[in-house]
Design a binder for this molecule. Structure first.
Ligand code: SF4
Length: 216
């Protein structure tokens, strides 16, 4: 049922010319993950070059690093997470999508969440966070990340947490206590233990070395 509904939304999305990004895209990047099993919707910023080429979100270096972190936390990218972006078409030069582009694409984002009805939403990076929360000047992603909050989509409240975007982690390699990578690890373990407490861990445990998939 979910898959049928999502397929209808996907078809509309793939023919969408609702903003200027339609002119420069190669592919609409609708989603990745199994809608019938995913308990988490993860929302990123926008497709990049690899995503535009393949039509799948989070497949470039940042996406590979995110997959590593999810696996280490015991979260299966294929089974547990439905991945989407705030806009479905790549902004030129990987710039941040404008408010107008995000607003034009919002109907697809809201429809995806409404159909999945996840147990939790992960807001991955500042652009996703700002799509749901009005931040005051003192609230940076470093201060907001890791905290459970509530976001509302079409009148339904969802548990949500903000995490760093993996692109940021590609520029911050340290795994020292308090480092962005260590905080990412803690946040994803928190999400796993809260949302998927009964799911067996799928990682190899303490031996995982970040960067094994991505040469950073
Ligand atoms: S980004 Fe969204 S609104 Fe803009 S053309 Fe693509 S699908 Fe349509």
């Amino acid at each position: 049922m979910k898959k049928n509904c999502l397929e209808i939304v996907r078809q509309k999305c793939e023919s969408c010319t609702g903003c200027a990004l339609a002119k420069t895209r190669n592919n609409v990047v609708f989603s990745d993950g199994d809608a019938s099993t995913a308990k988490i919707v993860l929302i990123g910023e926008a497709p990049g070059e690899m995503e535009d080429e393949t039509g799948r979100p989070f497949v470039g270096r940042a996406g590979q690093l995110l997959t590593e972190f999810l696996t280490e936390a015991g979260i299966s990218r294929d089974r547990d997470v439905y991945m989407i972006n705030t806009v479905k078409c790549r902004p030129p030069e990987n710039r941040v999508p404008t408010d107008e582009e995000k607003a034009a694409c919002r109907k697809f984002l809201d429809a995806q969440i409404d159909i999945i009805k996840p147990d939790a939403i992960i807001l991955c990076g500042a652009t996703a966070l700002k799509s749901f929360v009005n931040l005051d000047k003192k609230q940076t992603i470093s201060k907001v990340r890791g905290q459970w909050m509530t976001v509302t989509v079409d009148g339904v409240e969802y548990k949500a947490m903000t995490i760093f975007h993996p692109s940021y982690l590609l520029r911050n390699h340290s795994m020292a206590d308090g480092s962005p990578r260590r905080l990412m690890q803690e946040d994803l373990r928190n999400i796993k233990n809260t949302i998927l407490p009964d799911v067996d861990n799928i990682s190899s445990g303490n031996n995982i070395t970040f960067g094994s998939l991505v040469n950073v």
